[in-house]
Design a protein around this ligand. Structure first.
Ligand code: ADP
Length: 162
């Protein structure tokens, strides 16, 4: 059974993330989406909200996609859950530079855990959670950036029915 961990903050999850997860499902039997608690990072959405949206989106694949909160070292979390692979998405050269250091650090901590990188499809390369949060702040359009369930949920909050 090949299990992969896709760790991130997912504040909120975007179509860039879901594309990587969906492609990852062709390589792994199960993907655990580790939603970072990250006490140092102030998030726009609560941990519960971020988890709920992801669970809702992957409802039909809940036997293959699990969503768990996580804190602490990624490799320790992976070991605790019997996970052999880390899945990461790459958009650009800066992503690669950043990811390379994390990869080397994780290898140093546990050489048995392997990292698999998938390069983002061109249409998702420009999407980031940071950009999505900026758009939300200024009430911009979220179509094509986040899954529909999240878009609807955010729009309901921004524009409540009168
Ligand atoms: P963090 O920055 O806290 O690690 P993110 O939630 O931003 O977490 O990202 C988690 C993973 O998803 C990372 O591997 C990141 O490179 C990847 N990722 C983010 N946005 C995209 C995108 N648009 N396309 C492909 N991968 C992405």
């Amino acid at each position: 059974m090949k299990k992969a961990l896709f760790p991130g903050t997912f504040d909120p999850i975007t179509l860039g993330h879901t594309e990587i997860i969906e492609r990852g499902l062709q390589l792994f039997d199960e993907i655990i989406i580790g939603v970072g608690v990250n006490s140092a990072k102030q998030t726009m959405f609560s941990l519960e909200q971020r988890i709920l949206w992801i669970q809702e989106y992957f409802l039909n694949q809940s036997h293959k996609v699990k969503v768990l909160p996580f804190e602490g070292l990624t490799v320790e979390f992976a070991k605790k859950h019997g996970i052999q692979f880390l899945l990461r998405g790459l958009r650009s050269a800066p992503d690669f530079e950043y990811e390379k250091h994390i990869f080397l650090l994780n290898k140093h901590l546990d050489e048995k855990i392997e990292t698999i990188f998938l390069v983002s499809d061109t249409q998702y390369i420009g999407i980031s959670s940071t950009l999505v949060r900026e758009i939300i702040k200024y009430h911009g359009k979220l179509e094509g950036l986040v899954p529909l369930n999240i878009l609807n949920s955010i729009y309901r909050t921004l524009y409540p029915p009168k």
